[in-house]
Design a protein around this ligand. Structure first.
Ligand SMILES: [Zn+2]
Length: 114
């Protein structure tokens, strides 16, 4: 579930998503060795050391940092983080809601991107 959300966000941002593509076993002098191949082509003897994906649901800062570099940052900030479409009384809660719950920020970003 978390990975599905992260993957959708990464793909919207144009960030390549990595996943184990194949596992092959080879017999060596030390016994069987597994070679993991990622969808990007990287290989490793351990799936833990293969490739990493961003976890935007762990910390709102990670997604905000990426969005700040985009041309539409001011639009996103105004419409989503600052809640300009909301009644004034609801606006101050908007940014805190997303910082405290990065999943909500991810979902709001996906909905905003369309
Ligand atoms: Zn990879």
């Amino acid at each position: 579930m978390t990975n599905t959300l992260n993957r959708k966000v990464a793909e919207k941002l144009g960030i390549e998503w990595h996943e184990v593509f194949s596992i092959k076993e080879y017999l060596t002098a030390d016994g069987y060795v597994s070679i993991y191949t990622c969808s990007c082509g990287a290989t490793s003897k351990s799936d833990q050391e293969l490739c990493t994906n961003p976890d935007f649901t762990a910390n709102a800062k990670d997604l905000i940092e990426v969005l700040m570099k985009r041309d539409d940052w001011n639009k996103f900030r105004g419409e989503i983080l600052e809640g300009n479409h909301l009644r004034i009384i609801d606006r101050t809660d908007s940014i805190y809601k997303y910082i405290l719950n990065p999943r909500l920020l991810c979902e709001a970003f996906l909905e905003w991107e369309g």
